[in-house]
Design a protein around this ligand. Structure first.
Ligand SMILES: [Zn+2]
Length: 396
């Protein structure tokens, strides 16, 4: 196995730096797709396409039929609100003390670059003689819509296996909690605040609802942990409210989803509570639903979805998980097998589509979205070996 010589190491570092130097907030990923294409054209990729949302799909077909393995890495990053707080230029990709600094180094252009490099070098080392197909997809709009743009990639590629490259410190992640954004609304009657008895104050009504929801116990999973139902914001209308009793109030909850939970089952608990409260209080009018988002892609296409991204979990004892683990050990890596603490595109692949999915990425997950985000070059290099391990396990 040839893997990473000095020339390849240098090429991977340069690719990652160029990716970091491109600012690519959600919906602005076009230049990243061009960078990916440039790399693929230098190597033995079969084809590179972009879909309607602007995801970039890079494929290498093997010489024989076999499994399709998809590497998924998102191209968008969260913004940099205040560059002056950084000790390195967030778009400079400066290297110091074995670390590359910049927005997206850990989350997750380092992983995406390593995926491209691993795919190219693997195919080259085997002179294209392997079964199946390797596909590296750069995904857009992940930061607010986990798994939504991925739906299009999975429809086009139809992978048998997926690798999510979110930071895992080279460990294997076989599950995650999902998440939902739940909106509770109360509807009152407006009145002048000099005679509030003539109206129904939607905020007072909401206070009762919030207290009652707080007494609910969301479910718990022995591996994934707590379901969580946390209030994250409250808004009333009109706002600001000058001399008026507000007739509308909206509260948003972050709910972490466990396996087996459905769109219906998650809302049912809150719905039942509201129904009971409305029966006791004829003045209370309340409803519950999922929030939805709508954004524009760099292609001009609109992406929209209800914010319900399911959780997923595989068993450590499944044959394909053990196969990957064995190959990693054979290469000299020592991954542990655990779960992600946050939500990823795996919500779609594993949670919605039932495709065998594993998370393997470089770096610490706690570095995502931080000031002075960085990736250790050692992690960037090592994850290429991890990806070799996955390819050796699946493409046989
Ligand atoms: Zn990420």
């Amino acid at each position: 196995m040839a893997m990473l010589n000095e020339e390849r190491k240098e090429e991977l570092i340069t690719l990652t730096q160029r990716m970091i130097q491109i600012k690519s907030y959600s919906g602005e990923e076009k230049a990243v797709t061009e960078e990916m294409r440039r790399f693929c054209e230098k190597h033995s990729f079969t084809d590179v396409t972009t879909d309607r949302y602007g995801n970039c799909i890079c494929r290498i077909k093997g010489s024989r039929p076999g499994k399709k393995l998809l590497f998924d890495g998102h191209m968008d990053t969260v913004p940099v609100p205040d560059p002056s707080k950084w000790s390195h230029d967030p778009f400079g990709a400066e290297i110091a003390d074995g670390k590359m600094y910049g927005r997206g180094t850990s989350d997750m252009k380092g992983a995406l670059s390593a995926m491209l490099a691993a795919a190219a070098y693997y195919a080259e080392d085997l002179k294209g003689d392997f079964p199946g197909e390797i596909c590296v997809a750069g995904i857009c709009h992940e930061e607010c819509f986990e798994g939504v743009a991925s739906r299009e990639v999975s429809r086009l590629v139809k992978p048998d296996y997926v690798v999510i490259g979110e930071a895992s410190q080279l460990n294997m992640k076989i599950g995650q909690r999902g998440r939902a954004e739940i909106v509770v609304e109360t509807f009152g009657v407006p009145a002048h605040s000099a005679s509030p008895e003539k109206g129904v104050n939607a905020v007072y009504k909401m206070c009762g609802v919030i207290e009652a929801i707080r007494r609910l116990t969301p479910p718990c999973h022995e591996v994934l942990g707590k379901g969580i139902l946390e209030l994250v914001d409250v808004k009333s209308s009109p706002y600001p409210g000058a001399s008026v009793v507000p007739d509308y109030c909206r509260a948003t909850y972050d709910r972490r989803l466990l396996t087996g939970e459905t769109k219906e089952s998650v809302l049912a608990l809150i719905k039942a509570l509201l129904d009971e409260m409305m029966e006791k209080d004829p003045q209370l009018k309340a409803s519950v639903s999922y929030s939805s988002g709508r954004e524009t892609c760099w292609t001009g296409e609109t992406i929209e979805a209800e914010r319900f991204f399911p959780g997923w979990l595989y068993d450590k004892e499944e044959e394909w998980v053990k196969d990957i683990y064995r190959e990693m050990k054979a290469i000299g890596l020592d991954p542990s097998i655990t779960n992600y603490d946050f939500c990823t595109n795996g919500s779609h692949y594993a949670g919605e589509a039932g495709i065998k999915t594993i998370g393997v990425g470089p770096s610490l997950e706690t570095l995502a979205h931080t000031i002075d985000e960085y990736i250790e070059l050692d992690q960037l290099m090592k994850v290429v070996e991890s990806y070799y391990g996955v390819m050796r396990a699946i493409l046989k």
